[in-house]
Design a binder for this molecule. Structure first.
Ligand code: LMR
Length: 331
């Protein structure tokens, strides 16, 4: 469902502009071939001038060959009563396999955006299995959360969402994520000056953003698809266009040498800027307070627990995680 929205956006030039031809290589699962063939027919019938190649395959070692961008979307959704360890293990194996394939055949500078949940830990698994590629190039998609947070702040302040800037999502793409209302701005002013209701910010706003994906699943009976596709385009565009002066975007990145005291060796959402060449730098000087700091620690703890559950899938580079699986995998 996500790809069905995303592919048409990519083919129309929404990310790379009107001068950049596109080749789409679609990795299918055992069961998705009919649906993908249908999507390919629709792409062909749309006569996109930039779309020069569309192919479908089941072997990641073929499909990822020379890929400049890898958008890793497919994953099994967590069913009712399923333990965290079970879903992390099932999906982790997909991303370990895809990491190995990227490592073997993708462009040496491939940019990887992991969307399939739990996307932070899946991105960690993927990069660990791709030791010859820069870990920095692996992202977990938290742009959807950023967009959701911007919309909620704009709604509450009674402004259009383009007035909301400097929106950071810290941590995991899960209900422990921390939408940062301390550093976000509305029309250039700190959010807390514009929205004076601290209780609303700390409770309603924070919880609405954290639980938006779950509420949407209840309404739709399936995960967000169109808005996820839009946020993937936004995430890509943020890397290929210079960040506006003074602003930043959120993306889940590998925590090595970060200035925020976040444990090393996780994939954690943080504020980043890009000069538009596909690369990015962490924004270095975003201050948090006790409220945000406590919550950021909880999201960090959740990611550390997730990492323990998948220790068997992340040991490729000799990064052995002590304690292996434990009871926290069951939550
Ligand atoms: C979302 O945030 O909408 C999704 O990641 C939710 C989900 O669990 O698929």
């Amino acid at each position: 469902m996500i790809s069905n929205h995303l592919l048409f956006k990519l083919a129309s030039g929404e990310v790379f502009g009107q001068d950049q031809p596109i080749a789409l290589k679609l990795l299918r699962s055992e069961s998705s071939v009919q649906a993908l063939e249908g999507v390919v027919m629709e792409l062909q019938d749309s006569l996109y001038p930039l779309l020069r190649e569309v192919s479908i395959g089941i072997d990641p070692y073929v499909i990822f060959e020379d890929a400049d961008w890898a958008l890793l979307i497919g994953a099994k959704p967590r069913g009712p009563g399923m333990e965290r360890a079970a879903i992390l293990d099932i999906n982790g194996q997909i991303f370990a396999e895809q990491g190995k394939a990227l490592n073997a055949v993708a462009s040496r500078n491939v940019e990887v955006i992991v969307v399939g949940n739990r996307c932070n830990t899946n991105a960690l698994i993927c990069l660990k299995n791709a030791p010859d590629l820069p870990a920095k190039n692996f992202h977990a998609l938290t742009r959807l959360d950023e967009n959701r947070a911007r919309f909620q702040l704009a709604l509450q302040a009674g402004v259009f969402y383009d007035k909301v800037a400097n929106m950071t999502i810290w941590g995991n793409h899960s209900t422990t994520q921390v939408p940062d209302f301390l550093n976000a701005k509305i029309s250039g002013r700190p959010v807390k000056e514009v929205i004076k209701d601290t209780k609303w910010l700390e409770e309603d706003f924070t919880i609405t953003v954290q639980k938006r994906g779950g509420v949407l699943i209840e309404k739709w009976g399936r995960s967000s698809a169109a808005s996820t596709a839009v946020s993937i385009v936004d995430a890509m565009r943020s890397l290929v266009t210079p960040s506006p002066e003074g602003d930043w975007f959120s993306t889940g990145v590998y925590t090595t040498g970060n200035p925020y005291g976040i444990a090393e060796d996780l994939v954690f959402s943080m504020p980043c800027r890009s000069n538009g060449d596909g690369d990015y730098e962490l924004v270095q000087d975003v201050a948090t307070d006790d409220f945000l700091g406590d919550r950021i620690k909880k999201s960090e703890a959740e990611l550390i627990a997730e990492k323990r559950c998948v220790a068997h899938l992340t040991e490729e580079k000799g990064h052995k995680v002590p304690n292996g699986k434990n009871d926290s995998c069951k939550k």
